[in-house]
Design a protein around this ligand. Structure first.
Ligand code: AMP
Ligand code: MN
Ligand code: MN
Ligand code: MN
Length: 317
């Protein structure tokens, strides 16, 4: 039985298709695999080291794991080594910042070759503007009565090439300017509020191209989080698919249960494979911990349904 065929048949109302597919995968049911394919380390705006992230994922029962730092692959080697030590199936990943129709859209790349020259060059260019943007954010916050925020944010930065709004957010909470990270992103750093600096990231199709050049699969991250009306969202998914995007995050720490259903339907409509990831950044800070998400709905095909990692003993257990 061809695994890909069986998974596709599943969405065509065949009650036996899932069992057939599980049989084709050597008894592993891909819908039941605890995959967490989106999270961050201190190489971007998470707080744990890549090895600590992997150990936490393993302890939480994750069976297939990816580290997906923003615009950065520097943590992947350490994460992969730790995953090998723990016996955890691991794939290299990255979350690329893109600009589409004036909005920031995130594209997760999975099973990429972390040494691919095209991807590395694209990511280096994407990271390039971050420091000057951060200085501008600091100046804007100073004008709004919060001096020294650039220096304050730097205290939280684990990778000098990757200063993010999240580092400013931690500083604003630390000095008591805001009660929580969520409070920061309501009152600061977002359009129309102090500390917002417009920025142009990579193009959407360009980022998908880098990921595919590196042998990876491109996934549209947390589609429910963008400030797009229904028509614009449809257009985004259309252009993403045309560019070679193949996956849609359905179950993510950024979605509400209602949105799980909405985006499962969009995955079916567009023929996207469905992905699942906590978007974990830090213990006690992220809404969802590593590996602690509901399973994918039966009605979608898991992104990993035909991945060779399903055959590993650590996944089959
Ligand atoms: P940047 O890539 O510098 O624009 O920073 C974006 C990061 O800020 C995201 O990856 C999240 O970690 C964080 N962030 C943005 N909006 C929110 C929000 N509403 N709540 C929590 N974190 C947010
Ligand atoms: Mn982040
Ligand atoms: Mn994101
Ligand atoms: Mn993320």
């Amino acid at each position: 039985m061809n695994a890909s065929f069986a998974a596709s048949a599943l969405v065509a109302d065949r009650p036996d298709a899932r069992a057939i597919h599980a049989a084709a995968c050597g008894g592993v049911d891909p819908w039941q695999v605890n995959a967490d394919l989106h999270c961050h380390s201190c190489m971007s705006d998470g707080v744990l080291t890549p090895a600590e992230v992997v150990r936490r994922a393993h302890a939480n029962g994750v069976q297939i794991h990816a580290l997906t730092d923003h615009d950065e692959l520097a943590g992947v080697a350490q994460a992969a080594a730790e995953a090998a030590r723990c016996g955890l199936a691991f794939v290299a990943g990255v979350e690329v910042s893109t600009t589409w129709a004036g909005e920031t859209i995130h594209v997760v790349g999975l099973r990429v070759d972390p040494s691919d020259a095209v991807l590395l060059a694209g990511l280096a260019r994407t990271r390039g503007g971050r420091d000057s943007r951060a200085r501008d954010i600091g100046e804007d916050l100073a004008r709004a009565g919060v001096p020294g925020a650039y220096e304050g944010a730097l205290k939280y930065v684990g990778n000098p090439a990757l200063i993010s709004r999240m580092h400013f957010a931690r500083h604003l909470v630390d000095i008591g300017a805001c009660a929580s990270i969520g409070d920061v992103f309501k009152r600061f750093l977002v359009e129309g509020k102090p500390g917002f600096v417009a920025h142009r990231w990579a193009g959407l199709a360009e980022a998908v191209g880098w990921i595919r050049a590196a042998g990876g699969v491109a996934v549209l991250a947390h589609p429910g989080r963008y400030r797009l009306d229904a028509g614009a969202l449809w257009q985004l998914m259309t252009e993403f698919r045309e560019a070679g995007g193949e996956g849609l995050e359905v179950i993510t720490g950024s979605h509400t249960p209602d949105q799980y259903e909405t985006f499962a339907a969009h995955a079916r409509d567009f023929g996207f494979r469905a992905s699942r990831g906590s978007d974990f950044h830090a213990p006690g800070e992220s809404r969802v911990d590593l590996g602690c998400l509901p399973p994918l709905p039966d009605s979608v095909v898991p992104l990993w349904h035909d991945w060779p990692e399903l055959a590993l003993d650590s996944v089959r257990r």
